[in-house]
Design a binder for this molecule. Sequence first.
Ligand code: ZN
Length: 228
Amino acid sequence: MKNSIWNDFLHLFYPRLCMLCEEPLVEGEEQVCLSCLCDLPRIRHQDTETWNSLFVGKSEIRLAYAFFLFEKGGHVQQLIHALKYYDNKELAFSLGRLAFRHLQQENHPLCGFDVLLPVPLHPKRLKERGYNQSEWIAKGIQSVLSVPIETSVLVRGVKTETQTHRNVYDRWTNMQDVFELADAEKLKNKKVLLIDDVLTTGATFNACAAALGDIPGIELGAFALAKV
Ligand SMILES: [Zn+2]
């Protein structure tokens, strides 16, 4: 109570601003105002029709989806950047939650998975960043779906070089075999949804699936907050 009065007092002099339009936030809004959230570009159904080629014949992933459309210089890029490089775990949580509130209303098949598995960061990067943004996206999803998050089965091995200047083939070969299994038994006969911040070529998801695909009875899906 005392804390909340102090916060109100503080916000009177230093109003919290929307990180996108910089207008003051109102009660109930966190970091991004409602108007900006509604304007974020979403993936349309027709956009996903070309995605099959990213996964079919390359891994056991049967269902893949991303929520926002990542446009260069756009608001989605700004948000992804903030949740990745500016220690903004809360934003990762909120966006994961927002996406699955929508997907649940739409009865999307992604809502029928048993376990959420955030793509692991390399331990060195995890140490630098202090958190795995995909794990925080998963926590937001968990707040909607109430399913467990698994972070100990899939382990990231060799560090990959930065992917930005590589072509699709290089990215694919570069990512192979970097994920290893620690305890396969845990995911036997489970429907596992892999979670990442951004989907680009599908190489990271496919590399995870390569490690997980041999677990008996496992079914794999993939979700990213945004698709480039
Ligand atoms: Zn705004």
